[in-house]
Design a protein around this ligand. Structure first.
Ligand code: ADP
Ligand code: MG
Length: 261
């Protein structure tokens, strides 16, 4: 229901030699990553390895300094093109961003809006969908994340896990063809992590294309089609959950896993 079919045979995400620097600090040093339509990729890696920066580049929150990122066959943002930087038009960027949902560690709900209003905000405000159908769909999405009874509550009345599930419903309301999750359970009390992961697992089972940065190894093992390990601004290792988690070939992956497992 949430999955939007891809328009072509190209992967949903194709990152090639993506480079990003902040001043003198080179944070992404040539990221190569493909994500197929319907695939769930879990990205692991130590703090500071560039995971968030990479997701932010895919979602136009950062511009890249080199290489290219395509989403569903379309060039995203800026790229170094034979030494020159190609800029996309603002309208083009806005359109592309609507098709990518992102969920952050901090839920970032609008505190003055009810749960239902939070979920309806983008479809009615940005997309100018009529309120009736938007409301109906928002209620469906709240049911999907198990919060239909909280529609009229305000964010402050909810637990962190419930707020994060609202944030997921809000992202889905724009019918994204790609969902990016940046440590969605890292700010939660341990007993609330499971309900958010269960919601994400449900989306994965529906065929949504997802890139998930998380330290939840159990989720990676159970839900990911592929696990990618990043360190120092590059993809160090990529493969099936079993191969990366149980039999990592790279010593840096082994060292990281021995710390988190
Ligand atoms: P991760 O998500 O893997 O922990 P990040 O992508 O957040 O890593 O950060 C990678 C590196 O880039 C870190 O050294 C971080 O301090 C730096 N960094 C991230 N964003 C900025 C920014 N806006 N300005 C300067 N440095 C940044
Ligand atoms: Mg991060």
């Amino acid at each position: 229901m949430t999955a939007v079919p891809t328009t072509g045979a190209s992967p949903m995400v194709r990152a090639r030699n993506v480079r990003k620097r902040f001043g003198h600090l080179e944070v992404l040093k040539g990221i190569d990553l493909d994500v197929a339509a319907g695939e769930v990729v879990v990205v692991l890696g130590p703090s500071g390895s560039g995971k968030s920066t990479f997701l932010r580049c895919v979602n136009h929150l950062e511009t890249i300094d080199g290489g290219s990122i395509h989403v569903d066959g379309e060039l995203i943002g800026f790229r170094a093109n034979g030494g020159r930087v190609r800029h996309l038009r603002k309208r083009e960027i806005t359109r592309q961003r609507r098709e990518i949902g992102m969920v952050f560690q901090q839920f970032n709900l609008f505190p003055h809006l009810t749960v239902l209003q939070n979920v309806m905000e983008a479809p009615t405000g940005v997309r100018r969908e009529p309120r009736g159908p938007a409301r109906e769909r928002a209620l469906e999405l709240l049911a999907k994340v198990g919060l239909e009874d909280k529609a009229e509550s305000y964010p402050r009345q909810l637990s962190g896990g419930q707020q994060q599930r609202v944030a997921i419903a809000r992202a889905l309301a724009m019918r994204p063809k790609l969902m990016l999750f940046d440590e969605p359970t890292s700010a939660l009390d341990p007993e609330l992590v499971g309900e958010v992961l269960a919601t994400m697992k449900g989306l994965a089972e529906e065929g949504l294309t997802m890139v998930v940065v998380t330290h939840e190894i159990g989720f990676a093992r159970e839900v990911a089609d592929r696990v990618v390990f990043m360190d120092g601004g590059v993809v160090v290792e990529s493969g099936s959950p079993a191969s990366v988690l149980d039999d990592p070939s790279n010593p840096r992956t082994r060292a990281f896993l021995s710390r988190v497992l």
